[in-house]
Design a binder for this molecule. Structure first.
Ligand code: ZN
Ligand code: ZN
Length: 406
């Protein structure tokens, strides 16, 4: 289990309407937090504990973004992978801080992160969401993680967010290296992608044996594999190898959704990314190849969520925003709300994503849980725009400590 520093603040939140992360029944009651832990209903807070009046507003578990790229400076993969890590670390710090202030108290970084970054956060060198990471995402040569264009001679092997690894034996080593570095998930590129220059969107990537060896190493360690995949063929290819977390999944069909449900796999939709790239991609440097690929997956992303939910697939939430598009994180809530509605979206953001990252301290308001909590100025069940409006962000509590808005 990923360990986090216990800052352990104490707080009493009065007059809140509690959404526990799962139940559609909301409870009007006070919430008492002692040393960063949510206390049983009716617990007394010591007199010196700070006191907040929620004024009847909704109190929810802190949100979890299960597909974030803290290291993605831009939509230019070469630039991202060749910029010095000293600079990237500062950009990542800013991006993580922004996510926290929007209400994301936990993120899962699926192309980057290392034990040093996790340690810096755990030691309180800067304030950031709880940070789960995969280390560099694994890609085959010419796959979604390969930034080299067809007519270039550049020799690219690895960077902070991506690594090209081919072959079963090399992938076994790469998986073990990530596990040594504290990765709680291993990320593989299992189909073409929007911003990669040479790969068709729909074609599965990696052989079965290559994917299966990564799953074998991860599973033995008690972690799991997340696969970037769009098409039914690519999703089925990933599921057959034992992948647990399907990232994007936009081109999914009904039969594939059923296979996901049968396998107990999660879908992590990332609608914000395609919406933002369609509106802003050209001005932030997305190539014409990328724009054409993006158009193909944009509309189908909504359909995929509906198909998955109908068949009982657990649907999480991710943003997947790179470069300047990072500011569109909250738009993802609006887009997923259009398909799922308030209750399902809130579950995706809290308990479903917590189960996905395999940490039962997160994503629920219940006794003993970590006190990552949002206090809304109103009730998003009455006014869902409160979930995504920049000017109405909730008060954010991380491990029992209020996060300042500035
Ligand atoms: Zn992806
Ligand atoms: Zn991504």
């Amino acid at each position: 289990m990923t360990e986090f520093l216990r800052r352990g603040g104490s707080l009493r939140i009065r007059n809140g309407l509690i959404f526990d992360g799962v139940s559609e029944v909301l409870h009007e009651r006070d919430l008492v937090i002692i040393d960063g832990i949510i206390q049983p209903d009716g617990a007394e807070a010591p007199a010196d504990v700070p006191d907040w009046d929620a004024c009847g507003g909704l109190v929810t578990p802190g949100f979890i973004d299960a597909h974030l790229h803290a290291y993605a400076l831009s939509l230019d993969l070469i630039r991202n992978e060749t910029t010095q890590l000293s600079y990237i670390a500062h950009v990542a710090r800013r991006r993580l801080g922004s996510a926290l202030r929007r209400g994301f108290t936990t993120v899962r970084d699926v192309a980057g992160g290392d034990a040093g970054r996790h340690r810096a956060i755990a030691e309180g060198l800067f304030t950031a969401p709880r940070y789960f990471y995969s280390g560099p995402a694994l890609s085959q040569s010419g796959g979604h993680g390969d930034p080299v264009r067809a007519d270039e001679t550049l020799c690219f092997h690895s960077g902070p967010g991506l690594e090209i690894v081919d072959g079963v034996d090399a992938l076994r080593v790469a998986a073990r290296e990530r596990l040594r570095g504290g990765a709680s998930v291993i990320k593989v590129m299992a189909s073409g992608g929007v911003i990669s220059p040479t790969d068709p969107l729909r074609i599965p990537q990696y052989s079965h044996d290559e994917l299966a060896v990564v799953v074998e190493e991860a599973t033995r360690r008690g972690v799991y594999v997340a696969a970037h995949a769009y098409s039914p063929a690519a999703i089925q290819h990933a599921l057959a190898a034992g992948v647990r977390s399907i990232e994007h999944g936009n081109l999914m069909d009904a039969a594939t959704a059923q296979l996901m449900a049968d396998a107990g796999a999660y879908l992590v939709p990332t609608l914000a990314a395609y919406d933002a790239m369609s509106r802003l991609g050209e001005q932030v440097g997305l190539t014409s190849v990328g724009l054409a690929k993006n158009a193909e997956v944009l509309e189908q992303g909504r359909v995929a969520i509906a198909l998955a939910a109908e068949r009982g697939v657990r649907v999480g939430f991710g943003s997947d925003l790179m470069g300047e598009l990072e500011t569109e994180q909250l738009a993802g809530l609006r887009l997923q709300h259009d398909v799922s509605g308030t209750l399902a979206l809130l579950r995706s953001l809290t308990s479903v994503n917590a189960d996905l990252v395999q940490d039962d301290r997160l994503g629920r308001i219940r006794p003993g849980a970590a006190a990552d909590v949002l206090v809304f100025d109103g009730n998003p069940f009455d006014d869902p725009t409160l979930l995504w409006r920049e000017d109405r962000r909730p008060r954010v509590v991380l491990d029992g400590v209020p996060v300042l808005a500035s």
